[in-house]
Structure formats: C-alpha cells, structure tokens
Design a protein around this ligand. Structure first.
Ligand SMILES: [Mg+2]
Length: 287
C-alpha cells in the first residue's frame, strides 16, 4: 500500500488518516470500543474548561497558592492527562493539591458534586434542545460517527461504549442521540455504589468474554487512557484528535497525547470512516 507524506506526517492516500504505526498483522478486527465524550458525543463539549475553572477557583483560595498563570498551566495539564478517568479520580487529585497548598481538603465527592452541577446545567440545556428538535443528533456528535456506526453494523462488527462519565448519564445521552441500539447492553461506565470502574478492566473483560486476541479489538478514543490500555493488550488504537469546538481539523494537543499513548492512527473525526474501516480490515492490501 502506498502512503503519502506531508510535513513529516504520513497519511493514507488522499485522506487525513495519519498512520503513526501500521496496523498489526492479525485476524480482522471483530470488535470496536468507543469512548463517548469527544469521540462520539459533543453534548459535554467544554467540560474540560469547566473543570479547569473549578480547580483554579479552589487552588487560588489556598494559603500557599502559586500565581494564577502557573496554576492554570498545572491544572490544564492535569485535566488533559487524566481525561478518560473517572471524575472522582480527578476530584481526588484536586483535594490532594488543595491540601498540599495548606488548604482545607474537602471530600472529593463534594468537588465532584459541584462540578457535575455546573456541567449538568449545560448538558441539560443541550439535551432539551435535542429532544425538542431544535438540534439534530448530527449537530451534537463528532462528524461522520453516525455513518461509521451504521457501516460497522452492516459489517456485523460488535460495538462497545466505555466512558469515565456515570453510566446512567451516558445511557441518557446516547439515547437522546438515537444511538443506543448500536451498543445494546455493551455500555460501560462508573456507577454510584458500583465497583471501581476502569477502562483497563473493560478492555480485559471484552477480550475475555469474546475470546479475542488483542489485535482483534479496535479502540477509538480522544483521550490517552483508552488508547494506552488498548496498546498494552496489543489492540489497535485509533486516536480521535477531535477539535470539539470547530468540529473539523486536528486538536494538536490531543494528537500529541494520543501518539504518546500508543495510537496506531490519528484521525480528526470519522468523515473518512469508510476508508478507515477498510484499512483496518486489511482490504486495501491487495491494491
Ligand atoms: Mg473522551
């Protein structure tokens, strides 16, 4: 297969599908695992900014706080690196950082509640608009994902969904987008009072339940967590470096993170989903 090179990056010909390391030789992938926020859904677009603002608010108020600029940089980094992990983990980081600066360490659940209250106000506005028909599902998803899911279904590939967001909220949002049927009972996320959730466990569970070799699993995500765990089991990581605001082009920070995590491919979105799938299935090799 011929690849094209541009600015030191290598692409599948005539596409924006960037090859970081070629697909592993193996049987055809039979299962796809999707992250939710930023990979499929844009309903929570802007959550990182809300989390950064909340953390900044509490850290600035501590006795030994650094200046705002230093803190913003540290927090942005922390949020970026922990994307894909449960919210409670991120709020535990916050509690620890507050304590380290001589502040009163609140229960991470308190920070989480506050964050979710702010986020949910925004999410609910978008969900209401979606249900009233003021928004189409296509307006609130990463471009091309609706067509990609239909194509995977046509090929009888089994799709799974795993999110660091509470499972109940993911179910509500995927249903509002009209995409729940693609995943049936294969939606995973943290649940109040449930066991500790991690995408690592989800990935291991899928391989075990379906008797898959690592390379039969394709994982699509915009966060490093899912890509890292997928790489660890020998799976194929498709890094979705989505620009959630513009809904086109690459988010360079996400791209860097995803490559470091071990992504095999980087895509801006799923607009070229059909080419992507046929590449992953090894269908272009004869050409
Ligand atoms: Mg995500």
């Amino acid at each position: 297969m011929s690849l094209t090179s541009q600015n030191g990056r290598t692409y599948l010909p005539h596409t924006l599908i960037e090859i970081i390391s070629p697909r592993l030789p193996c049987a055809r992938p039979r299962h796809f695992l999707f992250d939710f926020d930023g990979t499929i859904s844009l309903i929570r677009e802007g959550w990182q900014q809300l989390m950064i603002e909340l953390m900044l608010e509490f850290l600035l108020a501590t006795p030994e706080a650094e200046d705002e600029q230093t803190l913003t940089r540290m927090i942005s980094d922390l949020v970026l690196h922990s994307t894909g992990r449960p919210t409670l983990d991120q709020m535990t980081f916050l509690a620890d950082e507050v304590a380290q600066r001589g502040g009163l360490r609140h229960d991470p659940h308190m920070y989480k509640r506050l964050f979710l209250d702010r986020l949910l106000a925004r999410v609910n506005e978008r969900l209401t608009a979606l249900r009233r028909g003021q928004f189409e599902p296509a307006d609130l998803v990463v471009p091309g994902v609706l067509e990609l899911l239909a194509e995977l279904k046509r090929r009888k590939i089994i799709c799974h969904l795993a999110s660091g967001t509470e499972k109940e909220a993911v179910l509500e949002e995927i249903t509002a987008l009209g995409l729940a049927d693609y995943f049936e009972d294969r939606i995973y996320g943290p649940q109040d009072g449930g066991p500790v959730f991690s995408k690592k466990v989800v990935i291991e569970g899928i391989l075990e339940t379906y008797g898959l070799a690592g390379c039969e699993l394709v994982s699509c995500g915009d966060g490093k967590v899912e890509i890292e765990y997928t790489a660890q089991v020998g799976g194929i990581g498709v890094g979705v470096a989505s620009n959630e605001v513009e809904r086109q082009g690459i988010n360079e920070i996400k791209r860097q993170q995803l490559i470091l995590a071990g992504a095999n491919l980087i895509i801006p979105d799923f607009r070229e989903g059909e080419v992507l799938v046929s590449y992953l299935m090894g269908e272009d090799e004869a050409k």
